[in-house]
Structure formats: structure tokens, C-alpha cells
Write a protein that binds this ligand. Structure first.
Ligand code: ADP
Ligand code: ZN
Ligand code: ZN
Length: 818
């Protein structure tokens, strides 16, 4: 009998691939194990076993596998089923899900090794200088890696050299897999066993009497070993003995000390071991807790709708406690930017070592460790808190999923595929595990609230802030009128300035929100009206004063600010609009004594970029924090009593059916940072349209009013939640070809699906990184099958790809595009 396996390759291929294996391999292999397989001409990929069977493939001859990489599955059957759902629902390949689901360290790539060819006599005089260097190096070691050759010949592009060496038959090439994951080793040190008796030690110290530093190190180590009765780290010894690295090294060289290494976990909780007691829930939280439990009993997803600072987190904590008491795993999902030390340490206070964090800013090594701990069902990874990718960890027994800030758009992955919504994929995952799942927000998405209203979800509510602090008082300021009456200083109305001054005088802190970073989004010539554009994208460049640069926020292109207009040469350049940098600048003159800081993408790069700012603000090292939407996310500051929104209009005028919902959510969330402890907070919103319905709803905290109105509009225009949408984006560097291709596709869709196909249309930024873009929107009414619609689209794509001039046009599906 012949044996085969079907594998998932980490590439955008529709189908699984079949390889042939031996009988014993077939008996050993199980779904979820990794193997190296040859693919294409010479590439070796890491693939994942999907199934083991006896059916040979029909259209091709199955190749043999390269080698087996795991002894046990690293991916379980829950995951395979979940990934399959994601691939089907979001119209991508299982391979794409695989690639994005596992830490990249698991996807070993093949690396080319350079070997010397022993079967050929090489005439050294035939070799050019750099060829000779490589040849010579191969006399000393049997293989070289490409990057080693780079440094030997000191050149970036070594392919020509390697090609010549291949032609001259001096070298051979071989593909080899390599592990990227290296366990972290910590250096330990101990006294060599010969010195363990006291006499030997004395003799040793005697012999070191003329090297006081060395004898001090030996003595310290002796004492440390006696007291600690466990391995001593080199770093510890350095610290206690005051001896330098060099001193320790010389003792090791003399074989007086012995060095050894132990594997450790990188991801480690450094806090106290004891846990804090859980807080007693107040009556509103208790009521919510009961309603949640009832929903869980009915096997429903539950929406927790609690105003900002109502104590949702404490309710989650109670639910987590229940879950882990049953010995099950808990997953706490958050949008990336809400994943702060504030929250992590709050959870660690309660659950100590049981909490693991899974974060895109962690390096691959740390991710592998969390993965392995979850896989082994270690107690230390019983609670995982993470951003959307934490959904893909190898849980085997989930009891609870929390999706906090469920309304957040960043739960939807935009690029690359799979373009999944983490909230929705979490609900599917919970179903697979028969696990409870709760969605929480102060401003639920229209979808989730709709599902709660129709009874699909359970619903729990907390309408009051914890400690009965009143909701902040929100005041709308008319910028038109303020400008007319000359009551503006820069971008600040006098009213806002007064409030800031009063707040600072009272020793309290201020948050100012402006949804644009940089100094000004547009630089314009006042003579001819020209404004500098990005050369790769169809957008104006944003002026960043701090670096005197113009930058593109889409592709990162930047140039120095020109002295004069590039079109007409005039020196009169002016700026239009304003960003966080300008607000900060103005504050310097308006409040020279206040300490002001800025939090946006430009100030928070690096692993701890924004932790530092948050901590400093929390500890009141600054008075005013200016920022973009980054500062809206679940931060719990004690001393902020005023929030100012510099300009609400840019949020209102976004060309998107979700703009109003988003505006409501964003403003309510920023406003929610004010007055969280004792005193009622104040919020001032500056706008040219203060009578806009959405701003009114924000100021009166009228979520339901907003919901009704938005739902009505969505229904009128056939948008979600009553209907579904799939956005199809076409992408190509040639304008004409793109237009033609998109038109062809849209027409075919219209023939098959009728009027619910919109476009093709250019998005607001119609060219990014030199690629033109066009969108088609497919609306799917309730009475039309979603799977069937997808099949139709896929069929059209097949015909599309058979038209040769369209084949190079990229087609990108975004199901439930938001
Ligand atoms: P939310 O997540 O709804 O915005 P939080 O959970 O951050 O609200 O709670 C707001 C503040 O109130 C926090 O500082 C929290 O510690 C405190 N708090 C909430 N519930 C309780 C409780 N039951 N006992 C004591 N303090 C609480
Ligand atoms: Zn000009
Ligand atoms: Zn650009």
C-alpha cells in the first residue's frame, strides 16, 4: 500500500498539496506536525500535515518529503477547524491563515548552503580574486552560508561570484532548513568540583592571595552557593563580588570556576508571587454579572454594555476567576493599542504567574514560548491576554473569551490576508470549544447591539460609573462663532483656554485630542496654489515641523521642506489644517509653565514607546497630553479632569458609511478619560458644525438615539448589519489596465448578481506606493446566500484570470469590510 499526506503550504495556494511518505512515516505523522517539503524548482517550505491517507494525487506525481520537523503536533485539531472556517469565510487560502497564525519562527525557510566540490581539481590560477577568497574559505570549513560569503568578499551582491564558481565547478549548492527559534540560555557559574572541600578552598585562596579581586570573587561565590542552595548566575556573582567580567573570565580560564548554561523562559512575570484579593462588585456590576451568567447558560454570546469607567474590567476579572477555577483556559482579547502595562499589571495583581501576554511587539522567541506554554497547557499560560493574533494560539480547553473594546475597527485585519475580524472569529472559536464568550464596550458596534436587540446575543448593562462619579459634562463650542467674534488664539477658543488654565491651577491634568499627527496635513503655495504631493501616492505630504520634513503617511516617503514653491518658485508657502505637533507647539507659548507631551505614532515607536508616556502621565510628570486616537483606548488615569477635542469635523466628514458610528465611539471614548475617580470631568468639543446630530448625541450620551438613527440609514442603503458586504479591490501599476480589468469584473458580477454591485470606484487615495486602486462593493441582502455569492465571485475570478492581460491585476477580497 502507498502512503500519502496532505499538507498546508504557507502560500496563497487554494489547494492542499499531496506528498508521498513511507509506511513508518505515515504511522508517525499526525495532523498539526510540521515537515519540510520540496516545492517548485529548489525551494523547501515548512508545511503542516493536514491528513494522512492512501489516495495518490490525480494530476501530478507526489514528491517525497524532505524531513519531519516535529515529534508532536504543534497545532491541534481545534485550530485546523478554526483556520478552515477563516479561510472559507474570508475568502483566502488555508496557507495564508497558517502563515499568519503561527509565530514566524515556526516557518523555517530553506537557506542556501555553499559546499566545496571535492570531485573537481581546482586550478587556483583560474580564479579571480574574490572567487579565490570563497574557495579558500571553503578549504577551512565544509559549508558557507550566503551571509558569510557576503562578509568574506565584502560585497552585497554575491550572486555573480557564486554563479561563476558554479560554472567552474568549484562549488555546489544545497538547500538546508534552519531553526530560527533559539532557546534563551542563561550563564551560570560554580566552583570547580576540585575545590569543594574546605582545605582545597583554603589552599586556593592562599594561592590567590596576590590577586585580591580574584579571591574576592571566589569567596563571594562560595558564600552565595552556601546561602542560596541553587544555581548562581554569572550576573549575580558580578553584582555581589564586585568582580568584573574579565576577572571572572580569567578564573574560568584557569579552571577554578566552571561556566554552564540553563534554558530559561524569556517571558517572565517579575512581580510578587502573592495575589491581590478580587474586588467586591457593587450592585450594578453584580447585576451585570448575573445577566452575563444567564446568557452563558443559554449558550449565547453576551454583550456587556457599560459606560466608561463603570468597572467592566473588574467584572471580567470575576469571570476569569470562575473560568480558571474550573481548570479551563481564558483568553482576553484587546485591540493592539489598548494592550497596556496598566491593564496587564492589573491582571497580574490578581492572577500572578498565570497570565501570559501575546503581543506583536514581542520578538519571535517570546512568541514561541507563549505558544509552547499554551500547547503544553502549562498553568503559567492559563490566562492569555493579547491582541488579535492571540486568537491563533493552540488552546485545547478554552472556558472563556473576553473581547474588550469590541467596537474597535482595528480588530479587523486589513493587510495581508486573512482579512479576518478577530471578534467574529473569536465567536466561532468559542463555539468550537463550547466556551463562554463576552463582548464588552462602552460604545458597542452597531452590529453587536443589533444582535443583542434581536436576541441573538445576551445583554448586560452598567449605566453608572464606579463610585457613582457622574459622567463627564460635555460642552460643544462653535468655532465659526468664536472666529467671527475673534475669540480664538491659534486653534484654541478662549473658552477652552480658560478651562485649561483653571484645570492646571487646580493641579489637575488635561488631555487634548486631535486626530492628525504631524504639524499640518497640507503645505500650499499662496501664489499659485500648488501643494507638494507624494511621488508614489495620490496624497498631499504632511508637514512635520520638528524634522522640517514633508512626509507621506501612506508609504513613508519624505523630503526636506522646500524653501520655495516647486511649481512657481514663490517663497510664500503656507500651511493648511493642523496636527498634534502644531497643537503642542501652540501650547508652548500659551502655557509656557505647563509640561506638555505628545502621544502619536511619531512619539511611540519602539517596544516601550507608549508605555513610557502613559506611565509618566499617570505619575503626573506632565500636565497636558496631546494625542491622536491612541489615547482613547481604555486608559485609566486618576487625575484628568478636562478633555478637549480640538476639531471634531474631520471625523464627521469621512466618506464612509461607518463614519458617524466611529465618530460617536471615538469622541465618547476620549471623553471617557475625564473625571474617572471623584470629581465629575469636563469635556469641550470644538467644531464648525456644533449642531450636527452625532455631536448632540455624544454630548447627551445618547447611545440608543445614535443606534436607531444609524440602523435606519444602514437599512435604507443596504449596509450591515441587516446586509453583508464584500469589498473587492483591484490593484495594478498601470492605470488603464486597472480600469479595464475592474470594469470587466464588475460587469460580470452585475450579470450574475444584479443591482447589488457598486462601482468600480476609486478610493479617496487612489494610488498608494505606485499602485492604482479601484473598489467594487458587493452588497448581499438577507435573503441571498453568502456562501453561494462567494462561489459566484470565485467563479468569475477564474474566468478573469484566464484573460491574459488581466492576470497581473491583483484581486483582494475583504469580507465584512469595515
Ligand atoms: P471600565 O473598564 O468600565 O472603563 P474600570 O474597570 O477601569 O472601568 O474601572 C474604573 C475604575 O474603578 C478603576 O480604577 C477600578 O479599579 C475601579 N473599580 C471598578 N470596580 C470596582 C470595585 N468593584 N471595587 C473597587 N474599585 C473598582
Ligand atoms: Zn507656487
Ligand atoms: Zn506615499
Amino acid at each position: 500500500m502507498e502512503y500519502f499526506i496532505n499538507v498546508i503550504l504557507p502560500i496563497p495556494l487554494e489547494k492542499l498539496f499531496t506528498y508521498s511518505v513511507s509506511k513508518s512515516e505515515a504511522e508517525f505523522l499526525r495532523p498539526g506536525m510540521r515537515i519540510g517539503v520540496p516545492f517548485g524548482k529548489s525551494k523547501i517550505y515548512t508545511a503542516l500535515v493536514y491528513s494522512v491517507h492512501n489516495k495518490p494525487p490525480v494530476v501530478y506525481e507526489a514528491k517525497e518529503i524532505h524531513r519531519i520537523l516535529d515529534e508532536h503536533p504543534i497545532v491541534n485539531l481545534y485550530q485546523l477547524e478554526h483556520w478552515q472556517w477563516i479561510a472559507d469565510y474570508y475568502m483566502c487560502s488555508l496557507g495564508e491563515v497558517f502563515r499568519s497564525a503561527v509565530p514566524s519562527a515556526f516557518l523555517l525557510e530553506s537557506e542556501t548552503l555553499i559546499l566545496r566540490n571535492d570531485r573537481v581539481e581546482v586550478l587556483e590560477s583560474d580564479l579571480e580574486d574574490d572567487e579565490f577568497l570563497v574557495y579558500e574559505a571553503l578549504q577551512h570549513q565544509s559549508t558557507l552560508k550566503v551571509h558569510e560569503v557576503n562578509s568574506i568578499v565584502d560585497k552585497k551582491n554575491i550572486l555573480p561570484i557564486l554563479n561563476r564558481l558554479l560554472e567552474k565547478k568549484v562549488i555546489l549548492l544545497k538547500e538546508e532548513m534552519y531553526e530560527q527559534y533559539k532557546p534563551k540560555l542563561v550563564r551560570y557559574v560554580k566552583l570547580d568540583t576540585k575545590y569543594l572541600s574546605e582545605e582545597k578552598l583554603e589552599a586556593l585562596l592562599e594561592s590567590l592571595s596576590r590577586a585580591p579581586k580574584q579571591s574576592q570573587v571566589v569567596l563571594s561565590l562560595f558564600q552565595l552557593q552556601a546561602v542560596k542552595k541553587k544555581p548562581i548566575k554569572v550576573s549575580e556573582l558580578e553584582e555581589t563580588s564586585g568582580g568584573s567580567k574579565a576577572v571572572i573570565k580569567s578564573l574560568v580560564d584557569k579552571e577554578i570556576l566552571e561556566e554552564y548554561f540553563i534554558r530559561t523562559d524569556r517571558v517572565k512575570y517579575e512581580g510578587e508571587e502573592e495575589n491581590f484579593a478580587l474586588k467586591e462588585l457593587n450592585q450594578y456590576q453584580q447585576q451585570a454579572f448575573k445577566d452575563i451568567s444567564r446568557g452563558f447558560e443559554d449558550k449565547k454570546t453576551v454583550l456587556l454594555h457599560g459606560v466608561t469607567s463603570s468597572g467592566k474590567t473588574e467584572v471580567y476579572v470575576k469571570l476569569i476567576e470562575e473560568c480558571i477555577r474550573l481548570g479551563k483556559q481564558a483568553l482576553y482579547l484587546l485591540p493592539e493599542i489598548a494592550l497596556t502595562t496598566q491593564l496587564i499589571s492589573r491582571l497580574q495583581d490578581y492572577f500572578g504567574e498565570k497570565v501570559s501576554v501575546y503581543h506583536s511587539k514581542y520578538n519571535i522567541q517570546e512568541r514561541v514560548e507563549v505558544w509552547n506554554n499554551v500547547l503544553a497547557k502549562k498553568p503559567k499560560a492559563q490566562i492569555v491576554i493579547g491582541a488579535r493574533s492571540a486568537l491563533f494560539l493552540p488552546y485545547s480547553d478554552l472556558g472563556l473569551i473576553i473581547v474588550d473594546e469590541e467596537h474597535e475597527g482595528s480588530f479587523k485585519q486589513f493587510d495581508p490576508a486573512p482579512r479576518y475580524h478577530a471578534r467574529d472569529a473569536a465567536i466561532v472559536l468559542a463555539n468550537l470549544h463550547q466556551s463562554n464568550i463576552i463582548l464588552g464596550s462602552a460604545t458597542p458596534s452597531i452590529e453587536s447591539f443589533f444582535n443583542a436587540q434581536t436576541g441573538k446575543y445576551g445583554y448586560a448593562q452598567i449605566k453608572r460609573r464606579y463610585g457613582n462619579v457622574l459622567m463627564p459634562e460635555i460642552e460643544l463650542l462653535d468655532l465659526k462663532e468664536h472666529t467671527r467674534k475673534k475669540r480664538m488664539k491659534g486653534h484654541f477658543s478662549k473658552r477652552l483656554l480658560e478651562e485649561i488654565k483653571e484645570t492646571l491651577d487646580a493641579g489637575e491634568q488635561v488631555i487634548l485630542f486631535q486626530n492628525r499627527r504631524g504639524y499640518a496635513p497640507i503645505v500650499e503655495c499662496t501664489t499659485c496654489g500648488h501643494s507638494p504631493q507624494c511621488s508614489n501616492c495620490d496624497v498631499s505630504l504632511t508637514f512635520h515641523q520638528y524634522k522640517k520634513q514633508l512626509r507621506c503617511h501612506y508609504c513613508g516617503y519624505h523630503m526636506a521642506l522646500p524653501e520655495s514653491c516647486q511649481a512657481c518658485g514663490s517663497l510664500s508657502l503656507d500651511t493648511k489644517g493642523f496636527g498634534t505637533e502644531q497643537v503642542e507647539k501652540e501650547l508652548e507659548t500659551l502655557f509656557p509653565d505647563a509640561k506638555t507631551w505628545r502621544m502619536d505614532l511619531d512619539t511611540t515607536r519602539g517596544k516601550h514607546g507608549y508605555e513610557k508616556i502613559i506611565t509618566a502621565f499617570e505619575q503626573q510628570e506632565m500636565d497636558i497630553l496631546v494625542g491622536t486616537q491612541m489615547l482613547t483606548k481604555g486608559l485609566d488615569f486618576r487625575n484628568v479632569s478636562l478633555v478637549g477635542i480640538m476639531n471634531a469635523d474631520s471625523l464627521l466628514n469621512f466618506p464612509d458609511y461607518r463614519a458617524h458610528e466611529r465618530c460617536f465611539q471615538l469622541l465618547t471614548q476620549v471623553a471617557g478619560r475625564a473625571g474617572r475617580t471623584k470629581k465629575q470631568g469636563r469635556v469641550l468639543i470644538q467644531s464648525y458644525n456644533p449642531y450636527h446630530q452625532i455631536l448632540k448625541q455624544v454630548s447627551t450620551n445618547d447611545y440608543e438615539g445614535m443606534f436607531k438613527e444609524q440602523l435606519y440609514e444602514r437599512e435604507q442603503y443596504n449596509y450591515p448589519p441587516q446586509n453583508r458586504i464584500i469589498r473587492i479591490t483591484f490593484k495594478h501599476k498601470e492605470y488603464n489596465r486597472l480600469n479595464e480589468a475592474a470594469e470587466w469584473f464588475a460587469q460580470a458580477l452585475r450579470n450574475a448578481l444584479g443591482i447589488n454591485v457598486l462601482g468600480p470606484e476609486y478610493p479617496p487615495v487612489a494610488r498608494i506606493r505606485n499602485q492604482f486602486l479601484k473598489n467594487v462593493m458587493v452588497k448581499i441582502p438577507q435573503n441571498q446566500s453568502l456562501p453561494k455569492t462567494k462561489t459566484v465571485i470565485k467563479r468569475i475570478e477564474k474566468s478573469f484570470n484566464s484573460v491574459s492581460q488581466y492576470r497581473s491585476v491583483r484581486v483582494i477580497y475583504n469580507v465584512d469590510h469595515i
